[in-house]
Design a protein. Structure first.
Length: 221
């Protein structure tokens, strides 16, 4: 596999990851307050297929986000940025892993619906674990995102305007995870993730297209 092909694969992962996560958020039944046990139980009861699939999509999307930042780290390493992103990568991976756990917890509610158990009681049993895991993962993820934001800004791989947009979107992407409100976490978070990662994917794709031409000129010279 050529270097250009590897770069295209990385760009594709960076482009697909936020779409996967945003799709899970958008398909998730809207719940104004994610800590409202009654509202969660009602949403799960109304459409069990949508409940299960949306949580699966969010979990898979979180895994793709971890892969996307692995690809971004590779690009920053090529650009000579070894300080911030190298230290930040473990935090992003661990934060993404922890973020996938709360959607898995919500399958307890789905099981209660399918077995005709007390749905609200099942959700109440999960609640003592749900918010601490979510907030812990959010804090770890935020530290990693801050490191990547600094690494991207200082690497020069994007134009100053693009760097400003991506930096701001990354900060929003990290902060919304501390807010267990459907409007903020699902919609603002999903949009911020796309806004943060797509410019990076585009930059990498353009770079992959330039490298064969540059190599050809070098060989011709």
């Amino acid at each position: 596999m050529t270097e250009a092909t590897r770069t295209r694969y990385r760009a594709a992962i960076i482009a697909i990851a936020p779409v996967m996560l945003a799709a899970g958020f958008l398909y998730h039944p809207f719940i104004p307050n994610l800590t409202d046990t009654a509202a969660v139980a009602a949403a799960a009861t109304q459409d069990t297929f949508r409940w299960g699939l949306s949580h699966l999509m969010v979990g898979v999307g979180s895994g793709f986000i971890a892969l996307a930042f692995l690809a971004i780290r590779s690009r920053l390493r090529d650009a000579g940025e070894e300080r911030w992103s190298a230290a930040a990568l473990p935090f992003v991976v661990m934060g993404s892993t922890l973020f996938a756990i709360p959607p898995g917890m919500e399958f307890t509610v789905l099981a209660a619906v399918e077995t005709r158990a007390e749905v609200a009681a099942a959700q109440a049993a999960v609640d003592p674990w749900f918010l601490p895991v979510l907030l812990t993962g959010s804090a770890i993820f935020a530290l990693g995102i801050l490191g990547f934001a600094l690494g991207i800004a200082r690497s020069g791989i994007l134009s100053p305007r693009q760097s400003t947009v991506v930096f701001g979107a990354l900060v929003v992407m990290a902060l919304v995870r501390f807010v267990p409100l459907g409007l903020v976490l699902f919609y603002v978070g999903g949009g911020a993730t796309i806004l943060a990662l797509w410019p990076l994917a585009y930059e990498m794709w353009r770079r992959s297209a330039k490298r064969p031409a540059e190599q050809a000129r070098t060989e011709a010279g």
